[in-house]
Ligand binder design. Structure first.
Ligand SMILES: N[C@@H](CCC(=O)N[C@@H](CS)C(=O)NCC(=O)O)C(=O)O
Length: 223
């Protein structure tokens, strides 16, 4: 059995997507999704604090294995169950594979900071226009850096779809709430290719309709 500790529209989607792409239920047993709400005490109680030192999702439990950190889970499950989505040591694309996997977290931490300011703060607390403006600029810069390196291939790595794309997916679905993706035509086309994958669509169906963001776009607040 696979137990995935999950927040709707959070980084655990990366693992849900991998489970679908790699057909992991057929190999490891049925998936149970344990869902949390960020900010609720459910994240500080129950199994999560034992599994994740920072009480964050994703965390997984599979047959005695317990792990947190989306990148580590992605790399581990690919190495052990789905090597076709990895680039093993010695592979010509190994360095780029690792770089994109970890770049995903550079970008995700910017999105997380924006979520904190724009989604989670409750009155009387207010988002800081200066912090939001700076963070949006940093996110835009991270997207621009990616656009510049996308090349003409369909996926992040020239040889095809990989775990790096599943790591990046979460970012490209969340970033447009803060930076319009029409500034980045290659990223827009890349995101459309992700959305067209049958396994991605199955993962979305399991996750249900987006309930995380209350509006389609969050402009920088007025000073
Ligand atoms: N580097 C970690 C970050 C995990 C993380 O921050 N997850 C967010 C949801 S996307 C979370 O659990 N936040 C809960 C909180 O901030 O209290 C990973 O990639 O798994």
């Amino acid at each position: 059995m696979i137990k995935l500790h999950h927040v709707q529209y959070g980084r655990s989607f990366r693992i849900l997507w991998l489970i679908e792409e790699a057909g992991l239920e057929a190999k490891l047993g049925p998936l149970e999704i344990v869902e949390y709400q960020i900010g609720s005490k459910s994240m500080r109680e129950g199994a999560l604090p034992q599994l994740s030192p920072a009480m964050r999702i994703p965390a997984i439990e599979i047959d005695g294995l317990e792990m947190a950190e989306s990148g580590a889970i992605m790399e581990y499950l690919i190495e052990t169950e789905a090597p076709e989505f990895g680039r093993a040591p010695g592979h010509a694309e190994r360095a780029d594979y690792l770089q994109w996997i970890h770049y995903s977290e550079t970008m995700a931490s910017l999105i997380e900071n924006l979520n904190l300011q724009m989604v989670f703060l409750r009155p009387p607390a207010k988002p800081s226009p200066v912090v939001v403006k700076l963070t949006v600029a940093r996110l835009r810069g991270a997207l621009a850096g990616m656009e510049a390196r996308m090349g003409d291939h369909e996926w992040l790595l020239p040889s095809g779809f990989s775990g790096a794309d599943m790591m990046m997916g979460f970012n490209l679905f969340a970033a447009p709430y803060y930076v319009p993706l029409d500034e980045f035509p290659k990223l827009q086309a890349y995101k459309a290719r992700m959305e067209a994958r049958a396994a991605y669509q199955r993962a979305c169906a399991r996750e249900g309709e987006q309930r995380f963001y209350a509006q389609d776009f969050y402009p920088v607040p007025e000073v």
